[in-house]
Write a protein that binds this ligand. Sequence first.
Ligand SMILES: Nc1ncnc2c1ncn2[C@@H]1O[C@H](COP(=O)(O)OP(=O)(O)O)[C@@H](O)[C@H]1O
Ligand SMILES: [Mg+2]
Length: 451
Amino acid sequence: MNHIQTLRLEHDTPAALYLLACTRLAYLVAVRLVLGAARHAVWQTRRRIKRTWPRTARRLGLTVEETIRSWIASPGAPISRRVLIPSIRAKREPWGVRVELRTIEGVGLVEIEKVADHLADAWRVPIVRAEQHKPSTVTIRALLWDPLTTTTDSPAVSMDGRADHAVASWLVGTDQDGRTACVKTSDVSGIVVAGLAGYGKTNLLDNRFAALAPSDRVQFAVIDGKGGPDWDSHAPRCFAFAKDSPEQAHEILCHLHNLLTARQHLIRDRLGVKNLWETGPSQSWPLVVLIVDEAHTFFYETKGTDAEAKQRDRIARESARIIEELVRKGRNVGIQIVLATQKATGDAIPTKIRDNCQVAISFAQRTSEAAIAILGTDITQYPDAHPRRLQNPDYVGVATLVADGRPGYTLVRTPKATPDQNIQRLARQTAHLTADPLTLLGGTEPSKATS
Ligand SMILES: Nc1ncnc2c1ncn2[C@@H]1O[C@H](COP(=O)(O)OP(=O)(O)O)[C@@H](O)[C@H]1O
Ligand SMILES: [Mg+2]
């Protein structure tokens, strides 16, 4: 005992304390230099969490006290009390620290969620989130940065076979844990992307284009309702291309309708199946992706009474009818329509089209009505993922969607598209793959433009 006291006294001398502080500082500076600022912050947070856990758990009531009786069941047997603290394992992640907590009776997900803000204060991190994926383990995420507000770059364009995999599954981006989020694109004939102007719709479609362009199993048609230069660079890789001219857009739609009719006639004879997705798209029978950016442009009717207005309105109705038919019937013959629109409400895009699209992706929305129009009423049960929450410049490029294999709605940070000159280069490099899918069928041209 005396020996211990003497040691303590020695440590308490100013020189010893000074030496201890210097060593500690030198250690921390060295770690910071080796790891860099970001990883150092993660390292420090993990250390703090592990070091302070028993105290934090006690203070926040994340413990259970129980009475232990001696196994000798006699009236005078000693009774003792013990405090159970859930055990934790802390793991460093690029965004912060993942804590796996072993639950005990009385301390589980609900209790952790109640004190999440206090945990954030104790661990000195801005956000703490908890969730449970398996029995007896609660995953607590101490986030130093919100992955959703950190811009990410699009992956390098893959010129090898990986582009073919992208045909059936679209890697849209990363979720709030930095995990990849995909949507299934096989057996899909319609995809709607909605959101306020400037929040990342065209950027997202650019990503999709870049992922698919190197595949000879995909052919593109683009109609750009905005009419600006957004899609000019993509043109060499498109078998059909139009800007905001309703007449030209209508012409492309008629051509695709011919393709639909021809493929419907030929699919069983040529492929031996009733659904293209049973065998998957091929070079001679590619997936046809029609991208219609600012799609609401083509559905707008002026309701004017002069001859020109009537003609324009007729074209708008006809275009809406063809798109509706392509979305309804295109799935098994490999035709996929991707519509981007600012609003997905009935006044902007016919509900018959919208409601038949299997995939819906929403960037920021101003009203609940607009969010429900695109994502359905279920979104009201997921306030955290509601697109109204995304009306902030930090959330440009963040969308809400139903991700493949995940329950409910997931917020996803989409990567910033590859620069325009790269898209231009990609489109030129892959231009030799461009072919009209109707010609690929062997020149089968049904006589009627539309049914
Ligand atoms: N995922 C993203 N990451 C970072 N910035 C983005 C992202 N998406 C869009 N942006 C920025 O927002 C701007 C507008 O995006 P855009 O796709 O044209 O919007 P929209 O088509 O919805 O009007 C882009 O020029 C880009 O600077
Ligand atoms: Mg746009």
